[in-house]
Design a protein around this ligand. Structure first.
Ligand code: 26Q
Length: 817
């Protein structure tokens, strides 16, 4: 009897080349000399994954044989980035694969460049999920990621005359070599209809759901390899299909066109990722997406525990579901429904276990970003869940009234149901009521979350609140993105730091070592040279060779204050062109922006247009081209981040204090030896604490000062009137100088700054300019700068997502006692 593979293909150049040709010839049915680059890329991908297969099967089997409590990460987004490099790193097959391709006369790097990254996320939250599953695999934590297999991920951004134009992201169009579809394991998901009371076989009065329609969820499995440790975990993404039952009913009725329409309707559910990344719109399809993937995932997991003949009243001994923001919070009433309606449990027993199975991570501080779903919509789409939510809320509000008698205002604030402006379910409240823990994503954020966003809940349950500061995976963001720095680190402190990032501390003494710092500078320069050549090829952008590289890459949001960066650039331009500074006193800079705007976010799109306008004007002005350049490559994504971040000298983290929950780009830059100019916000606070004040450029109001200014009443124009440098910069922007003489084109942004400026860019402007002057002075001192850069790397080991996972395990998932 044939046995399952215990080893993959042979780990030699010949073995790899043979496996590759097998894929190409016998799986794809293509001869090498007739094959296209796409054929070759697909065969290469399938060859590499073949080496992971045995470990994958073995990991799954090991977990089944020894069932323990697992982590179920529930996230509507996974911003994975390209898979090939990561798989090669995990298997340590990079050299063998490259030589094998060369032996066949193929260009390995060209093949790697074919991959379209799976952009199944918007930004920080989605990328965080991807880092976390990487760490869980690298730490061999029994875990599974659940999410949605969007057919279209985050849109591809293009610019037309400086304005953002969105193009659909057809990432599956070349074929999908990294995924494993399992249509045989489809799960049914119901929607709509009504509920009714009935008497069951034992004479008990119960309620049940009579749904109106359904779809099926097809699981697609992705391998999540640990770092060279023989572990391969699973990411299970769900894709929506029409159900047979539904199909047949309509087809048999003879209405062929209607049946085809119904199919399309069902498949719409996983069609596209919503590109809003903080102001949620109450769109019906979005709620369908959320329920769809959560229902599939819970069913999937419960069936798995039942295979083991496990008693569901102890389900919390088998799973803790981590809710990545409120997007999967409908899982809470769904768990209650499954336990009661499908598995016969009473309310009390079901609630008892449900409240131990979920924990909630909040990623925001902006009140407008808190998700609410209209009761009308929820009742229409998920009537049974709405009933369950009402009951959870009733019992919860009894608890509140008991703890705070006579405080009906508090009851209203804490209710899971909001009454105004319309009746709606507050998903964060529901998650807080049901979750074992609620965590923020950086120390400051967790504090503000507890004291400002959910203070009533903190008063009731102070111990429910905790912090887990975000982290990033050093495998992708140092080892893969910055190979030269990685080699330098390994040559200096030895191997193993990739999975024990605090070991970067051992670099500290080398901050004063002439040979080391010289190598470190060379690495940074090589990364800059590589970036210049990439931007030249990718975008036709030609950048000067020697200039400080000042980078601001993140989603476009007013609170992140890309306009503050723009005001600095305009101010520098004005200083040079008006002769206010001597040319020889200017430190040449290249500014790089990367940012997508939500397609419906008007102001964000105006800001993109204005940045592009300034970039163009500067590029065409011979008075400044030797001293400054602005590059705004379109379509910033994980692939570009991996090239950009290692090249940066200066990292811009300039959100208004109290608005950025954490930031994770800030960590990636510090770990790659950029210095940060930043506000006292999010994880910047912890970065500064760790790297030291002298290696960080702090500016701007502190959060309490922001709150005080808002209370006093903020008038941006008073800052404009009283600060000549600010007035000059704004006047120049407003004059139409950067917009072909047309003042109206700059007006939306300028007017907003002068008359609203919700995020107080003008109030922080002077402080920002002063900090930028300190940056210039520091950069002139080459040795001092390099020393600071080295210390940023050496002291940022805390920001490994492995440490984040340890914290989740210790504080939330598997606490001792
Ligand atoms: C919700 C409902 C409907 C449509 C879209 C959404 C939606 C989608 C994505 C709402 C929010 C997001 C993403 C939020 C996000 O990325 N937040 C960031 O999370 C990072 C990881 O914790 C933090 O570092 C950032 O500070 C935070 O802004």
């Amino acid at each position: 009897r044939a046995t399952e593979p215990v080893v993959g293909p042979e780990r030699t150049v010949d073995g790899f080349a043979k496996a590759f040709l097998d894929e190409l010839n016998f799986e794809a049915g293509v001869a090498l000399k007739r094959s296209t680059t796409t054929d070759q890329y697909l065969a290469l991908a399938r060859t590499i994954r073949g080496y992971l297969m045995a470990d994958w099967l073995r990991t799954a089997e090991r977990r089944r044989q020894n069932p323990t409590k697992m982590v179920g990460y529930l996230s509507a987004e996974y911003l994975l980035g390209r898979q090939m490099g990561n798989s090669l790193l995990a298997t340590d097959l990079g050299d063998i694969a490259e030589q094998a391709m060369t032996s066949l006369g193929l260009d390995f790097n060209l093949l790697r460049a074919q991959e379209i990254e799976p952009g199944l996320g918007n930004g920080g939250l989605g990328r965080l999920a991807a880092c976390f599953i990487d760490s869980l695999a690298s730490m061999d934590v029994p875990s599974i990621g659940y999410g949605i297999r969007y057919e279209y991920g985050i849109f591809r951004q293009t610019f037309e005359e400086g304005r953002q134009v969105e193009v659909p992201d057809a990432w599956l169009s070349l074929g999908a070599p990294w995924e494993f579809p399992h249509p045989d394991r489809a799960v049914q998901v119901n929607f709509g209809g009504t509920t009714e009371q009935y008497i069951d076989g034992d004479g008990r009065t119960r309620r049940r759901w009579l749904p109106a329609w359904n779809v099926q969820g097809i699981p697609y499995h992705y391998m999540v390899p640990g770092y060279q440790n023989g572990v391969v975990n699973t990411l299970r993404l769900w894709s929506a299909r029409a159900t047979q039952e539904f199909d047949l009913k309509i087809f048999n009725s003879g209405d062929y066109a209607e049946a085809v329409r119904a199919q399309t309707f069902a498949e719409n559910i996983s069609k596209v990722l919503y590109p809003e990344d903080s102001t949620p719109q109450g769109r019906e399809l979005r709620l369908q997406q959320q329920y769809f993937f959560v229902a599939c995932s819970l069913k999937d997991f419960i069936d798995r525990t039942l295979e083991e003949d496990f008693d569901l009243t102890r389900l919390d001994e088998r799973i803790i579901f981590q809710l990545n923001d409120t997007h999967p919070v409908i899982a809470i009433p769904e768990m209650m429904r499954l336990l009661m309606d499908e598995h016969d449990m009473e309310w009390a027993a079901a609630w008892e276990v449900t409240r131990k199975c979920f924990a909630y991570t909040c990623h925001t501080l902006l009140p407008e970003a808190l998700e609410v779903w209209p009761v009308e919509l929820m009742t229409r789409l998920l009537p049974r869940h709405m009933e369950i939510i009402y009951r959870i809320n009733e019992e919860f509000l009894d608890t509140v009234r008991e703890a705070f008698p006579g405080d009906e205002l508090r009851v209203r604030r804490m209710s899971v149901i909001q009454e105004h402006p319309e009746r709606a379910v507050r998903m964060a409240n529901l998650a807080t009521v049901a979750g074992v823990k609620v965590n923020g994503v950086a120390a400051l954020h967790s504090e503000l979350l507890r004291d400002k966003l959910l203070p009533d809940f903190a008063a009731l349950w102070p111990n429910k609140f905790t912090n887990v500061t975000n982290g990033v995976t050093p495998r992708r963001f140092i080892r893969l993105a910055n190979q030269q720095l990685s080699t330098l680190i390994t040559d200096t402190i030895g191997p193993g730091w990739e999975t024990d990032l605090e070991r970067l501390r051992e670099l500290e003494p080398y901050a004063d070592d002439a040979a080391f710092t010289e190598s470190f500078r060379q690495v940074k320069q090589a990364n800059k040279d590589r970036l210049r050549s990439i931007l030249s090829q990718r975008d036709g952008i030609e950048l000067p060779e020697h200039a400080m590289l000042d980078v601001m890459v993140k989603r476009l949001h007013e609170y992140k204050r890309q306009t503050l960066k723009l005001l600095h650039i305009v101010s520098m331009y004005d200083d040079i062109t008006s002769g206010r500074v001597r040319r020889e006193d200017v430190v040449p800079r290249t500014f790089v922006f990367g940012a997508k705007a939500a397609p419906g976010y008007f102001m964000a799109k105006e800001i993109i247009f204005l940045i592009n306008s300034v970039a163009k004007t500067i590029a065409q002005d011979p008075r400044v081209t030797d001293l400054m350049a602005v590059a705004f490559p379109a379509n910033y994504n994980v692939t570009l981040a991996n090239k950009l971040i290692p090249a940066a000298d200066l990292s811009e983290q300039i959100s208004l204090a109290g608005k950025e929950a954490s930031g994770t780009g800030n960590m990636k830059f510090a770990l790659n030896g950029a210095l940060t100019i930043g506000t006292d916000d999010g994880a910047n606070v912890e970065i500064r604490e760790l790297v030291g004040d002298e290696n960080f450029f702090l500016f701007g109001m502190l959060e309490p000062e922001v709150a005080a200014l808002a209370d006093r009443g903020y008038t941006p124009s008073s800052f404009y009137e009283s600060n000549p440098a600010l007035k000059r910069a704004i006047d120049l922007l407003a004059s139409g100088h950067f917009t072909g003489g047309d003042r109206s084109l700059a007006a939306p942004v300028v007017d907003d700054l002068l008359y609203k400026d919700r995020f107080m860019a003008l109030a922080d402007f002077q402080s920002y300019l002063d900090a930028q002057a300190r940056v210039d002075a520091a950069y002139r001192d080459v040795d001092g700068w390099t020393r600071s850069a080295v210390l940023n790397v050496a002291r940022s080991g805390f920001f490994s997502s492995d440490r984040s996972m340890r914290d989740y395990l210790d504080r939330i998932w598997m606490p001792k006692s």
